[in-house]
Design a protein around this ligand. Structure first.
Ligand code: BGC
Length: 728
């Protein structure tokens, strides 16, 4: 439909119809048959309000969504189609590793491929939009939602946010088959809640917000993301859904976002709990004035906008602008011509968990694993191995937001090992998965008493050559509303670990988690540690691939593992202080802890391989750079071991002197390079002036002339560097 037709449609709509378009309701108001259920007063909506609501979230199923759509359109005066949205975070039926793990692949192309597979499965079930990517920067491992982010680096997150948007939306029109719209969230700064507690206030300086937190959202918007979601938090004391400066000046004005802005679930109503709105009516006015187009699951817009317009408290123009954006989104998806888009029950069946998607999931999982320690015990060969731990036979390894994943369709470690057929392996549960706090109360598969489980495991460990201990936090101990003050493993798992280590020195820990954990003791005593995060549908196969060396691990941490919780937020790109501390020195009045190191246990960018690599000195094609130049930086990378493998070569920049204190270093390039034993390649990067920019003392986004350092290596701690000067 042409823009002028959309405008005449808008002009023809009644105010009630327009307000209806601005309400999103949950699929719980519809039955399996697509029929609107009885009075929907559980959430305070009237039948009529639900009847007019222009979008639905959380429902899936081609047949059901077609029925809902048909019924809905028939009863609308202008037969405007519904738009169906859902949280497809790391896959729909085929579950990929959680986003934090995807970040560890350092492979945006692979992540794009995963998002495209998720889009195909989603489109066939009748969905039109996913609430992804989450582009929030995360630096505090206590926050449960770090699992939904690709990590602690703003620039890296931008690469992945773009990859996901392009994976979902494609590079052409949203109408294309198998494409769905993306929603960038949670705008803005949701990843920095005070003390790591979900929904808590966010306090960031404007410079930190602009330099570190906004760039990844911006990258996703520049990639063409159709929608943006507001965040739950306050930023500088203003809740996002009422933040005009953030939404109108920055998001729409500076970033040029023209799409639909949707509130997070009930966030407009929560303006009352924040204490910035007296009642729902004021909340509706504040959100509309801030530019929020869709109210997700509250009564604020549907019950109050009409009154507000009638009294002149808000202008009808604001409503028209919002509704036009919503109509345009529906039009961009082609819903006016084909309201069912790709919903197709046959395709839905064929695509769900199909071999091609499973293969991508398996590859992505193995690429996301990070080998944190290996004294040479891995890869395993044919020796007798005992697989022990609560994650050995557990299929719930797909992360908190995998709403449509099931243990039945997920490959456990035990299945993955058995699928190999050629190994001598024995299996035992060892202990319960959790100790029953929060939302993970009954986490033991067996009904045997804990003492018996432990005893069986220890007996098995005594007899085996090697032990693989599959430990970790419960999948419901990360994700939304799953913050933790103590990020260690449950005591029962640590007891199992200690008892097994006492009888067998060859212990490999396979660690499942939705966040970096405090694993000091494990990292000291285990012979090897492999972080597998929440690996998804093909987790067990991918773990077997890596343990037995079919795949050489090449994941690198996208978020530092803290030494302990007292260190968080800990991240590599910290600011220089006036009293820097040099590890190992006994200086007193310097920035350090008395009882723990400053360094994280494992830093950003770190990860081992079954082979070794040598990265040569940094070569620059010039020592001086004019603003229009591109400086070429190169190193040689050689596989110095005996098996083939991939190294993630990382380039960091340091601004030596500037008008404000700058991070100690910032990632500005990476390249995953595959090398056969003995093979050497040259890897090069380009530095352009815009990579040196930041918000200066006057809050201008500029680069300042002077000295810079460039580092190229295999982690954020590399000392392999050279210096250059940016000329006036
Ligand atoms: C979450 C969002 C999510 C929304 C819809 C909220 O609770 O914060 O990330 O997209 O629910 O399910």
């Amino acid at each position: 439909m042409e823009q002028d037709k959309l405008i005449s449609l808008l002009n023809d709509m009644s105010l009630e119809e327009k307000i209806g378009q601005m309400l999103q309701v949950s699929g719980m108001f519809y039955t399996e048959d697509g029929v609107l259920t009885g009075p929907a007063n559980t959430a305070g909506f009237t039948q009529e309000e639900i009847r007019l609501a222009g979008s639905v979230l959380g429902s899936v199923g081609a047949e059901q969504l077609k029925k809902i759509q048909r019924e809905y359109m028939e009863r609308q005066p202008h037969h405007i189609p519904l738009i169906f949205m859902a949280d497809i975070i790391n896959g729909f039926r085929t579950i990929f590793p959680i986003p934090l793990a995807q970040g560890c692949t350092f492979d945006p192309e692979l992540v794009e491929e995963g998002a495209a597979a998720a889009a195909r499965e989603s489109a066939a079930t009748g969905l039109h939009l996913t609430f992804s990517p989450m582009a929030d920067l995360v630096r505090d491992a206590r926050w449960g939602r770090v699992m939904e982010s690709t990590g602690e680096d703003a620039w890296l997150n931008g690469r992945f946010a773009r990859a996901m948007v392009e994976g979902y939306q494609g590079h052409g029109s949203l109408k294309e088959k198998g494409r769905i719209a993306a929603c960038v969230k949670h705008f803005a700064g949701y990843g920095a809640p005070t003390a790591g507690r979900d929904y808590n206030a966010v306090e960031l300086s404007e410079r930190t917000l602009r330099d570190d937190y906004l760039p990844a959202y911006k990258e996703a918007i520049d990639a063409g993301a159709a929608t943006v979601m507001t965040s739950f938090n306050t930023l500088d004391r203003v809740p996002s859904s009422a933040n005009r400066w953030l939404m109108r000046d920055i998001l729409r004005g500076e970033m040029g976002f023209e799409g639909v802005l949707i509130s997070d679930w009930a966030a407009i109503g929560e303006l009352c709990s924040h204490g910035v709105a007296r009642d729902q009516e004021e909340a509706a006015r504040l959100a509309l004035e801030a530019g929020v187009d869709i109210d997700m699951m509250t009564n604020c817009y549907c019950k109050h906008l009409k009154k507000l317009v009638a009294s002149g408290a808000v202008s009808g123009t604001l409503i028209d602008e919002a509704v036009l954006r919503i109509l345009k989104l529906k039009n961009d998806l082609g819903l006016f011509e084909n309201p069912y888009k790709d919903a197709d029950a046959v395709q839905e069946q064929e695509l769900a968990l199909c071999a091609a998607h499973r293969q991508t999931a398996r590859w992505m999982a193995s690429e996301s694993f990070v080998l944190l320690k290996n004294d040479g015990i891995l890869p395993l060969a044919g020796e007798e191995t005992a697989y022990i731990g609560p994650y050995v036979a557990n299929g719930e390894i797909y992360g908190a937001w995998s709403l449509f994943g099931t243990p039945e369709t997920t490959v456990t470690i035990e299945q993955g090992i058995k699928n190999r057929g050629d190994v001598q392996a024995y299996f035992a549960e060892g202990c319960p998965l959790s100790e029953g706090f929060g939302r993970a109360k009954d986490a033991c598969a067996s009904d045997k008493p804990a003492g018996k489980l432990l005893q069986e495991a220890v007996e098995l460990a005594k007899r085996a050559d090697k032990v693989v201990l599959a430990l970790g936090e419960h999948r419901r101990h990360s994700g939304e509303a799953a913050s933790r003050a103590d990020i260690t493993l449950p005591a029962c798992q640590m007891e199992l670990f200690r008892q097994v280590c006492a009888v067998n020195r060859n212990v490999v820990v396979v660690l499942f988690s939705g966040r970096p954990l405090d694993i000091r003791e494990i990292s000291e005593r285990a012979a090897a540690v492999l972080a597998v995060w929440m690996p998804g549908t093909e987790g067990g196969n991918a773990i077997a691939d890596v343990l037995y060396g079919d795949v050489n691990p090449s994941g690198r941490l996208s978020m530092s593992f803290p030494y302990c919780v007292g260190q968080v937020p800990v991240f590599y790109g910290q600011f220089r202080t006036g009293r820097p501390y040099t590890e190992g020195m006994e200086d007193q009045y310097v920035s350090r802890y008395l009882d723990i190191p400053n360094r994280p246990l494992y830093p950003f960018g770190y990860g081992l391989s079954y082979t070794t690599f040598a990265i040569g000195p940094v070569q620059l094609d010039a020592q001086q750079m004019r603003r229009t130049d591109r400086l070429r930086v190169s190193v040689t990378v050689k596989n110095t071991g005996s098996v083939s493998g991939s190294e993630v070569v990382q380039m960091y920049l340091t601004d030596v002197h500037a008008s404000v204190a700058r991070p100690v270093r910032e990632l500005r390039g990476f390249c995953k390079v595959h090398l056969e034993p003995g093979e050497e390649k040259e890897v090069s990067f380009e530095i352009a002036e815009d990579m040196l920019r930041f918000h200066d003392i006057h809050m201008n986004y500029v680069s300042e002339p002077g000295a810079f350092r460039v580092y190229v290596g295999n982690s954020s701690e590399t000392e392999n560097g050279a210096e250059f000067v940016l000329e006036e």
